[in-house]
Design a binder for this molecule. Sequence first.
Ligand code: PMP
Length: 424
Amino acid sequence: MVDFKEIRGEFPILNQEIHGHPLVYLDSAATSQKPNAVIDAEANFYRTINAGVHRGAHELAARSTMAFEEARAKVAKLVGANAAEGEEEIVVTGGATAGLNLLATAFGNASLGRGGEAAKRFALKPGDEIVVSRAEHHSVLLPFQELAYRTGATFKWIDLTEDGRVRTDNLDEVITERTKVVAVTHVGNTTGAITNIAPIIKRAHEVGSIFILDACQSVPHLKVDFHALDVDFAAWSAHKMYGPTGVGFLYGKRELLEALPPANFGGSMVELAYMDHEAQYMAPPARFEAGTQPVAQVVAAGVAAEWMMNIGLENIEAHEKTIAAELLKLGDIDGIRILGPRENVDRIGTVAFDVAGVHPHDVGQFIDAQGIAIRVGHHCAQPVHRHFGLYASNRASSGVYNSVEDAQALVEAAKGIRKFFGVE
Ligand code: PMP
């Protein structure tokens, strides 16, 4: 039995009062808090082995390189990826946004003929199609829309059901023989809905398309195995999975990473560089990790991955399901509408809601005055909000440290919103 109260105690930031109330943090979809193990790992790295990786002849450089590569292996284990030397499938990035832009840029480079024969599978031309879903965060929507503009490819999307799930009933219409790239979120950052990705991946592969998964909101909450899912690429951020900011990971099937041309250029990514002809690039993952990497943060992200695996992803999922059940009671309050599935099935504890007649910023402030942190705004998912006829909403989202009492505190507070603003 995992003691989630004890786990909460590992997060020093939660041990404080806000506006005279004990802090209730329900904004983990924006960023999670960090346990002592992660905070200490980053600090200890600087205290004991800080050095540039992969190029020093001295002992500290060897130790930091080892810590960096061990962290990569821990992260790989978390998501079911390969980590053996020469078979690495995890690329270090600056975050999900950086990883998704890396892919879009690399596909753009392939479209210009870069990367030779092997990279042709990533190349796009007018008439080809890029497919996303309406559930996407702007960090999927915009890089791939931009890729479409640059290559002349047609940009298409899979729409949502009334309650905000990615539809799977018309995949044959949307994903066609011309589709070259499909990029879809694993879990909606507004709706909390888990996408039924299996049929989307199957259809994408049936037509020879690459499938890219935005795993930002799944890796922190669910057991995820990229091999079992058969995704081609996946991107996510460490800061939402109890790790540091400024770092994230890109998964790619090894043979695809080997065929993908680079997107960023600089130090530590070439075997040979010349003045008068093209450089010879390193094998992945180094080919995609130009420049000095956020080593301390990667090491701490590895500790976060290990920390999550020690708790057990199934345990995390089950615990957060109890919080989701409580948060969904927001929908029982008069004048409050949930943007996403109402039933506690195939969803996580991310619950966005609209309070009729009260602007989200007012809602956020009212809730904050009671020591409860939620998110307000469009959550970088404007098309999702448009689907619900809104521009913005309020969003509560859980993490391992939340208790059912946290969710109850929010629901209790929410009962008073419309009365306070005089719209009841
Ligand atoms: N995709 C989803 C589903 C997200 O929730 C987020 C973070 N809000 C991102 C992508 C982008 O992540 P980051 O800002 O850490 O790069």
